[in-house]
Each structure stands twice: as structure tokens, then as C-alpha cells.
Design a protein around this ligand. Structure first.
Ligand code: ADP
Ligand code: MG
Length: 208
């Protein structure tokens, strides 16, 4: 479903980051492991079409991601890839429902109200749909960002360091939620982490 080949990249004055070839099949769940600074976020940005690599190829379902124009790429990403960033950045002036629904509008898709409600319920947020981000706890905000990442039924769900600011109990919960949601939604999953507590929680590992 996704493959990277001969990928490498370097930032101005930085070292050359080389990424081993990788193939991710439908519904597989992977940990992307590596020390801080090893290039995990860089690789996720390359895979999701946000950062053009100096060398190499990224293919998602036979589409060469970097052959698309910017506009096509935005649309493609919105429809195929759900990303959960380390810090959930939600829009303050929109309630929870609208924050999630916005991801559909941004990807040129129709808002599916029952899909939004079902997802929020499955994440324990049924009674928060009309609340605003500042009225939610960090854990709830993270679950809203998970709903937002999943609303368009992406083929690939990506989470960058989702447990780094959580205590043990919540770290464990979030990994369970991500794996469960990916499997319920038939999405492949990549969780990038340097958090030793997460090691061995998924059955496949890619090491940087
Ligand atoms: P990780 O997510 O594994 O911590 P990153 O992909 O963020 O690693 O960073 C890999 C390397 O690239 C680090 O040395 C980092 O300092 C550098 N780097 C990351 N982003 C940029 C950027 N926008 N400009 C310059 N250097 C960067
Ligand atoms: Mg990172």
C-alpha cells in the first residue's frame, strides 16, 4: 500500500538522513522507532507529502506522491492520510464536532454527520460534541485529533510521538485506542516514538 525506496534527505547544514526501504501493507500496524533527532518526523513528513525528499520515491497505492501538484497533493493527503501531531492543534473558535467535520471540507469531501458522531462516540466524546477545545482536557483533545484524523476513512493513520507527554496509564490507553481505531477503520497505522514504554506494543517495527 505504501512503499518508500532509496529515500534520503538533508536539511541545510544538517547530516544526510538515509531511510531504509520500507513497505507497509493494508491494515498493518508499525512502530517507527529511533532516538530523538534520528529523522522520524522527517520521514513522516516525507511519507505524507509534506516534505519533498532530495532522493527517492514514495508510493501510496501506486500513486507516486511527489508526481502530484501541490493542490492535488493536499487533496490526496486529506483523502488518504490521517495525521495526529504531537500537540493537537484544534481551531479554538469551532466546537468539537466542527473541528472534526472541517477535515472533510478541507479535503473536498462532503461532511458525513453520522460518521463524525459515531467516531466521537467510539472515542468517548459523545457528550463533548458541542464543547470548545478550551473546555477539554489534554487527553480529550488528543482523542478529538484522533477522530479528525480518521473522519475521511484514510488508508493510513499516522501518529507522531503520541505518548511523549502522557503518564504510564494514559500512554497505554492511547496506544490501545490508536490500534483499535486503525483496525476498526481498516487503516494501516504508523506510530513514531522514542518512548521505551511503547516498544513491543505493535507487531511490526521499523528502526531508524
Ligand atoms: P525525530 O523526529 O526522530 O526526533 P527529526 O526528523 O525531527 O527527528 O529531525 C532529524 C534531524 O533533522 C535532526 O538533526 C533535526 O535537528 C533536523 N531537522 C529537523 N527539522 C529540521 C528543519 N526544519 N530544518 C533544519 N533541520 C531540521
Ligand atoms: Mg519527531
Amino acid at each position: 500500500m505504501i512503499s518508500i525506496q532509496s529515500l534520503s534527505h538533508h536539511y541545510n547544514n544538517g547530516p544526510i538522513l538515509k531511510f531504509p526501504d520500507w513497505e507497509i501493507l493494508d491494515e498493518e500496524q508499525w512502530l517507527l522507532l529511533g532516538a530523538s533527532g534520528s529523522g522520524k518526523s522527517t520521514l513522516l513528513n516525507i511519507i505524507s507529502g509534506l516534505l519533498k525528499p532530495e532522493n527517492g520515491q514514495v508510493k501510496l497505492n501506486e500513486t507516486d506522491v511527489y508526481s502530484l501538484s501541490f493542490k492535488e497533493m493536499d487533496r490526496f493527503r486529506g483523502q488518504n492520510i490521517g495525521i495526529i501531531f504531537q500537540k493537537p492543534h484544534l481551531i479554538k473558535s469551532l466546537n468539537v464536532f466542527d473541528n472534526v467535520a472541517l477535515a472533510s471540507s478541507m479535503a473536498d469531501l462532503k461532511i458525513n454527520k453520522s460518521r463524525v458522531m459515531d467516531l466521537l462516540s467510539s472515542l468517548g466524546l459523545a457528550d463533548k460534541t458541542k464543547n470548545y477545545p478550551e473546555e477539554l482536557s489534554q487527553g480529550q483533545l488528543q482523542r478529538v485529533s484522533i477522530a479528525r484524523a480518521l473522519v475521511n476513512n484514510p488508508a493510513l493513520l499516522i501518529a507522531d510521538e503520541p505518548t511523549s507527554s502522557l503518564d504510564d496509564e494514559n500512554a497505554e490507553k492511547v496506544i490501545k485506542i490508536l490500534t483499535q481505531q486503525a483496525s476498526d477503520n481498516h487503516a494501516s497505522l504508523i506510530i513514531a516514538t522514542h518512548d521505551k514504554r511503547v516498544k513491543d506494543k505493535l507487531n511490526k517495527e521499523y528502526l531508524l
